[in-house]
Design a protein around this ligand. Structure first.
Ligand SMILES: [Zn+2]
Length: 298
């Protein structure tokens, strides 16, 4: 399975290959050109400006969030993502290409039970204008709220009960967006070098610049939900709970993931096959044991 294209921010062309991995491996990025492995783990996040970047030592993989959202949305827990450059290709600016690729390739159901983090008590983070909460809920519910001073965005709120079908249909095709007035500033800061109307919705002060228009009338908030799902997937185990996010970006999303993990009194780890039983802390440590990659080096 390969995908290739340019990165949104670096403009660098790269090829991504997805390689199945054994149970309990988690998602691991492998920079082929540097021979460096980087776990998709919240502690590996080293930049959140306009995209989520993972790093290990001096080696980084930029703009992982749309691919991670696709993996999370499809319930893929174990995978090696080989990439031969510094950034995951942006493709059309959404998760749709990644989802299509994985659905065509087929997803193996692995024998071991799948761990989840179930929210038991409310936990929140406020940072500037942004707020984010996790609340107890049976299943996974995402509520997002945006507030922009722009006629096409304004104040909007959307809730979605998340499962594979709703993710694929309602969120995966939603593209990233940016404001024309910010593009120059971003380029001056070395960002958005690969950005174009092919891979982003560009907004003027009053309208959408893309001739083909929008895929959903509320495509913007849907994309913010997709980014949130990608960022929170760095918690490693999927969440069972109601996530409420207000005006968050990658920085707040990732900070909240850390806040949540550092408050174990607010959640428990449960296994899908027997949701009534919580896993004890020492078992959780065992579940997290490193299982990388003798199979990769062969
Ligand atoms: Zn995004």
């Amino acid at each position: 399975m390969t995908i290739e294209g340019i990165g949104l921010h670096t403009g660098v062309h790269s090829i991504v290959r997805l390689i199945p991995a054994p149970s309990n491996s988690g998602i691991v990025f492998y920079r082929e050109d540097r021979n460096v492995f980087i776990r998709a783990d919240i502690n590996a996040v080293n930049d959140t400006a306009f995209a989520t970047t993972l790093g290990s030592g001096g080696t980084r993989v930029k703009t992982v969030e749309h691919l991670l959202a696709a993996l999370s949305g499809l319930g893929i827990d174990n995978l090696v993502v080989r990439v031969n450059g510094p950034e995951i290709p942006v493709m059309d600016g959404s998760s749709a290409v990644f989802v299509d690729m994985m659905l065509k390739a087929g997803i193996a159901k692995q024998a071991s039970e799948r761990p989840f983090i179930r929210i038991l008590k409310p936990i929140s983070l406020k940072e500037g204008n942004a707020e984010i909460y996790a609340l107890p809920f049976e299943g996974t519910l995402i509520t997002y709220q945006i507030q922009y001073k722009h006629p096409l965005l304004g104040a909007q709120k959307k809730s979605l009960k998340l499962d594979e079908k709703t993710f694929v249909r309602e969120l995966a095709p939603a593209r990233t967006f940016g404001f024309l007035k910010d593009v120059e500033l971003m380029r001056a800061n070395g960002l958005a070098k690969g950005g174009s109307l092919e891979n982003a919705i560009i907004l003027t002060d009053t309208a959408v610049l893309n001739e083909s228009g929008l895929r959903f009338q509320d495509e913007f908030i849907r994309h913010k939900m997709l980014d949130l799902i990608g960022d929170l997937s760095l918690i490693e185990f999927p969440l069972l709970g109601h996530i409420v996010a207000v005006r968050t970006g990658h920085g707040t999303n990732c900070k909240f993931a850390k806040t949540l993990l550092s408050a174990p009194e607010c959640w428990e780890v449960t296994l899908e096959a027997r949701p009534e039983e919580a896993v004890h802390a020492h078992e959780r440590e065992m579940l997290k044991l490193e299982a990388i990659p003798s199979f990769l080096t062969s």
